[in-house]
Design a protein around this ligand. Structure first.
Ligand code: ACO
Length: 329
């Protein structure tokens, strides 16, 4: 039995690569155009890591900011969860790399992989740790550097993704604040729609796997698109119903930033006004697990999201996975 503790996001931070890659620059790399990318996806530019930047370094930057804003010292952390599908290496986990860089000596640390839904999966796991009393201060990082696993000759995928990290601190908050509801879903039967076939234990790196480009993202874009619109609508409605709310009650929807047409189609069906929907895909593309925490961080910094706002988070991604949550900020 869980306690009736309420768990909330008490601070945010982000870490972004310095290098911007614009659509015009992509025109030099693959057969595409600024016009096609903007009209089909809403993306104008994205951030790409340089040789001196890593997944764990972006995570560290985001984490430091979130910790400072929560007035926490690294040693106050009980748990570090990193949602990523692009860790620096297979092991040790990025969470352990951050734990070392932060000198968070009292924290357990692990990565979790749930594709672009990773941040929501991490939010739910962190919530359980706090509710059960197993942890007081949880650092959750959503980070991905998909530019490192994208085929830069495949225009179907390379225009979509960007790199980045977003971090939040989770703590117990006052009753009826923080997470009001959260629901996660998966359907492994659809895993082939979005995958990186090689590099794991099934197809370790060989000359053949490299020649066949099996270490890159393979995606059935139109199928993922249709799936995404449906599950974003349904899971948002599910979590709203779980806490007795309606779409009209929302101050903001914070959707995963994969394609502005997915975001617009889902929010129209939910009956939301454009000003209720937060997006930064034009500047960052799809940052996978980092999408939602970076949108949150920017909206808090800009003073858009304020204490007491009702916010729904919703995402979908590789697995396939999807989920949503409602927060009283
Ligand atoms: N520039 C120019 N033309 C392109 C490009 C490009 N970058 N990419 C594809 N095209 C072409 C295609 O080859 C196709 O040409 P054809 O008709 O001659 O074959 C044409 O444009 C139309 O292709 P569609 O696939 O029909 O385009 P669509 O409108 O579906 O848009 C897109 C493609 C943007 C990929 C869209 O399907 C999409 O966003 N899907 C969802 C992707 C997504 O959300 N992924 C989530 C990842 S989550 C995670 O966990 C990593």
């Amino acid at each position: 039995m869980h306690s009736g503790k309420s768990v909330g996001i008490v601070s945010t931070g982000k870490g972004l690569p310095v290098c911007r890659l614009t659509n015009l620059e992509l025109e030099e790399i693959v057969d595409t155009s600024d016009e096609w990318i903007i009209s089909r996806t809403g993306i104008k530019e994205r951030r790409i890591i340089s040789n001196s930047e890593t997944n764990s370094e972006l995570s560290f930057i985001a984490s430091k900011i979130a910790l400072d804003r929560a007035n926490l010292k690294p040693e106050d952390l009980d748990l570090i969860i990193v949602a990523t599908v692009t860790p620096d290496m297979l092991f040790p986990s990025t969470a352990c790399l951050i734990q070392a860089k932060l000198e968070a000596y009292n924290a357990a640390a692990f990565d979790l992989a749930a594709g672009c839904t990773g941040f929501l999966y991490g939010l739910s796991v962190g919530e359980q740790y706090i509710k059960t009393g197993a942890a007081k201060n949880v650092l959750l990082v959503g980070v991905d550097t998909l530019s490192t696993i994208v085929d830069w000759q495949d225009r179907n995928t390379c225009v979509l993704f960007g790199d980045g990290a977003g971090a939040v601190v989770l703590q117990e908050v006052e009753e009826n604040r923080g997470l009001l509801s959260c629901k996660l879903f998966s359907d492994g039967n659809k895993g082939d729609l979005l995958c990186v076939p090689a590099g794991g234990s099934r197809f370790p790196a060989t000359r053949q796997t490299v020649e066949k480009k099996m270490h890159y993202i393979k995606m059935n874009g139109p199928e993922v698109f249709k799936f995404a619109v449906t599950v974003m609508i349904n899971s948002t409605l599910t979590v709203l119903e779980m806490c007795g709310k309606k779409p009209a009650d929302l101050d903001y929807l914070v959707p995963h930033q994969a394609n502005i047409r997915i975001i617009n189609a889902a929010s129209r069906k939910l009956g939301l006004k454009p000003e209720q929907v937060l997006a930064n895909i034009d500047r960052y593309g799809n940052m996978s697990s980092a999408s939602i925490p970076v949108v949150l961080d920017e909206a808090v910094e800009e003073g858009k999201i304020k204490r007491g706002d009702l916010i729904a988070l919703v995402s979908f991604g590789a697995g396939l996975t999807w989920g949503a949550a409602v927060l009283n900020w």
